[in-house]
Ligand binder design. Structure first.
Ligand SMILES: Cc1cc2nc3c(=O)[nH]c(=O)nc-3n(C[C@H](O)[C@H](O)[C@H](O)COP(=O)(O)OP(=O)(O)OC[C@H]3O[C@@H](n4cnc5c(N)ncnc54)[C@H](O)[C@@H]3O)c2cc1C
Length: 389
């Protein structure tokens, strides 16, 4: 046996998972098809940023990764969500949920490079090409024909997961038929350490606070609008973002290069086989409106660390069944909650928008409704600030 656990994929979820399992006493090997992630420096901020929930931050703290990220992380204690049609606002403040903060914005490159550096022995340029599972072990063959044998295979190889495909696990879900456009901009007014999200009939647009005072845009748009936005010059694009966010942060300007990624919802029909387990985007992809993609992956990992407390217990098939049970209901609930928000807000129908405006006013004052909204939109478990919440 080459190792206890073979992790395939050293992205955010796989690299942190490998660290977590090593801490619990497993012999872990990590393969990644790509090259090492470079740590971002200076003004060049990775366009892909994560809004980490308090629970995700606590997980990274427990693995001693947080100090490496903190200098480029922007904590935020407020979130304002509002509706373009009814004009209603809902404001979240960390203190009202008994939390010190609602989360922090961190670059994908900062997180992944820190986790890969802490592991120190990721085997890069090694792509999974085939998986062969027996009762007691699993063998991965890389694209250059090398076999690697492990007791358990952890697949964190992203949304298209070659490992999941090799195991023949189907996915259910749908494309939303649009793309999210991401870039960073400067704003006339400061971001006020707040995450801003406005729901337009065409989709949500969010401005997330960055550590250097800029904001990170995530604009979910249908394909026609996305094409138009991507074709604009920088000045016209900045004006479009200013208008889409109703000038809440004043004029936005000086955008970085824009990137677009498809909006989709996808859930694997199983998260485990006898010896294999899916984590992160390999298991589920959600709409980015709530910025929960990576938080759900870290929720998977926390559940896995509970199901696999040590090698004696964790390498038995029963441990993976415990993980499957723990994650199935949670993922379905979160995915439906995010879909529900998308449907509720992505319509200009006046009847719906009146109800929605009323609902937002209500949600701003009625605590249970607001708590539910916070769970879906922020990934916080109000009143339960610990990672076990
Ligand atoms: C442009 C963009 C912007 C995004 N913005 C946000 C956001 O604002 N907020 C948010 O929460 N989420 C966002 N997401 C989604 C977020 O990036 C994912 O949820 C998150 O990265 C999932 O992490 P992961 O580790 O599961 O997968 P990934 O980050 O996809 O990592 C998968 C890893 O597996 C490796 N791999 C793939 N195939 C193989 C193979 N055959 N063999 C070995 N290794 C392999 C890859 O090299 C990669 O390192 C964004 C995604 C994109 C593309």
């Amino acid at each position: 046996m080459d190792c206890d656990v073979l992790v395939v994929g050293a992205g955010a979820v796989g690299a942190v998972a490998a660290l977590g399992l090593r801490r619990q006493g497993y012999r872990v090997r990590v393969l990644d098809a790509g090259q090492p992630m470079e740590a971002p420096t200076g003004e060049a901020i990775d366009p892909r940023v994560f809004a980490l929930s308090p629970a995700s931050i606590e997980l990274l703290e427990s693995l001693d990764l947080w100090p490496r990220l903190a200098p480029r992380a922007q904590g935020y204690a407020g979130m304002t969500v509002w509706d373009a049609v009814s004009g209603s606002d809902i404001r979240f403040r960390a203190a009202e949920f008994g939390l010190d903060g609602l989360g922090a914005i961190v670059e994908n490159a900062a997180l992944v490079s820190a986790a890969q550096a802490a592991l120190d022995d990721v085997e890069f340029g090694a792509a999974l090409a085939a998986v062969d599972e027996t009762t007691d072990a699993v063998t991965v063959t890389t694209d250059d024909g090398r076999p690697v044998r492990a007791r358990t295979l952890l697949l964190a190889d992203g949304a298209n997961s070659p490992g999941r495909q090799a195991l023949g696990i189907a996915v259910s879900g749908r494309g939303y038929g649009g793309r999210a456009i991401v870039c960073h901009l400067r704003s006339e007014r400061g971001h006020d350490v707040t995450a801003w999200q406005r729901f337009l009939p065409s989709g949500p647009v969010a401005l997330l606070p960055l550590f250097d005072g800029r904001v990170s845009l995530v604009w979910s748009a249908d394909d026609a609008l996305a094409d138009r936005l991507l074709a604009l010059d920088d000045a016209a694009f900045s004006d479009a973002v200013t208008e889409a966010t109703a000038g809440r942060l004043g004029a936005l300007h000086t955008p970085t290069r824009r990137f677009a990624f498809p909006l989709r919802r996808q859930t694997a029909e199983r998260f485990t086989t006898r010896r294999c387990v899916l984590l992160g985007d390999a298991a589920h992809v959600v709409h980015p409106l709530a910025g929960q993609g990576v938080n759900l992956g870290f929720d998977d990992l926390r559940a896995l660390l509970v199901a696999m407390p040590d090698p004696d217990v964790g390498l038995r098939a029963a441990a993976l069944r415990r993980y499957e049970r723990a994650r199935r209901a949670d993922i379905a609930q979160m995915s439906q909650g995010i879909d529900g928000l998308d449907r509720l807000f992505s319509t200009a129908n006046p009847a719906v928008s009146t109800v929605r405006g009323f609902g937002l006013h209500l949600a701003d004052v009625v605590t249970p409704l607001k708590r539910r909204f916070a769970e879906v939109a922020l990934g916080v478990k109000p009143g339960f600030p610990s990672a076990s919440g």
